[in-house]
Design a protein around this ligand. Structure first.
Ligand SMILES: Nc1ncnc2c1ncn2[C@@H]1O[C@H](COP(=O)(O)OP(=O)(O)OP(=O)(O)O)[C@@H](O)[C@H]1O
Length: 236
């Protein structure tokens, strides 16, 4: 069963449609890319899926359950976690405590400390676990956000530009992490402008332009898709 089904989702800001009848799916065990030029509607779609914004029409189905009318906290309890484009750590808390806050709300709460230690290790954050999260460079800060999302043990993980501010080596390690999360059965949805990362790691890619899905398919097909090329060249 798909982890996420989005059907006919429309969001209007005044007279402008940020999303116009968007439909897509994300499957467990796969990394699904969501790309598109600036302003295409990617973050707005994440807001709709995570329950921060109500669509004017359409449905969001998580793991077979229609959650369109459900608030963000309940969706999180149904296995959804996300990160944000703008870093929003608990800045004065340590890296470890940022993850503990999340773990203590989720299914790992009885073994939160050891679950967090394992995630810190997996993300190479153990050395800076006692640093205040607000003092970190962007690349490490993004990993803390990912770690906080993982601490809730999500079945569906939405990542909004997680590689922005990461150097080449960090991005390569991040790609391996996404692959291993998918291999464990997580449905990963990746919004990202780093096309090398998207094309290298995604099993399937959906392309948004001006609020509409203009193409869906494996990276090879997306790379050659004329509507996609036109959307990106038009953006240049
Ligand atoms: N709160 C808001 N009020 C009015 N318009 C908004 C609001 N949020 C987004 N928009 C508009 O909706 C459209 C989609 O924006 P969104 O941020 O979802 O795009 P995006 O694909 O995530 O862009 P980027 O790659 O630049 O982050 C844009 O035209 C944007 O200006």
């Amino acid at each position: 069963m798909a982890s996420l089904v989005v059907e006919g989702v429309t969001v209007a800001f005044g007279a402008d449609l940020a999303l116009d009848g968007v439909g897509l799916t994300a499957e467990p065990g796969r990394v699904t890319g969501l790309i598109g030029p600036n302003g295409a509607g990617k973050s707005t779609l994440f807001d709709v899926v995570s329950g921060l914004r109500r669509p004017s029409s359409g449905r969001v189905v998580l793991g077979g359950r229609d959650v369109t009318r459900m608030g963000p906290a309940r969706r999180a309890r149904h296995g959804l976690a996300r990160t944000f484009q703008r870093l929003e750590p608990f800045g004065r808390l340590s890296v470890r405590d940022n993850l503990l806050v999340a773990a203590e709300l989720g299914p790992e709460r009885r073994r939160a400390a050891s679950a967090v230690a394992a995630i810190l290790d997996r993300l190479d954050l153990t050395e800076i676990a006692d640093s205040a999260a607000g003092t970190l460079p962007t690349g490490a800060g993004r990993l803390v956000e990912v770690g906080r999302a993982l601490a809730t043990r999500p079945r569906l993980l939405l990542l909004d530009e997680p590689a922005a501010g990461q150097d080449g080596e960090e991005t390569a390690r991040f790609a391996a992490l996404l692959r291993s999360l998918a291999d464990e059965g997580t449905a990963v949805v990746l919004v990202e402008h780093d096309m090398g990362l998207v094309m290298g790691v995604c099993d399937e890619v959906h392309v948004l332009d001006l609020g509409k899905v203009i193409a869906s398919g494996p990276p090879d097909a997306i790379r050659r898709d004329e509507a996609v090329l036109a959307a990106y060249l038009g953006d240049a």
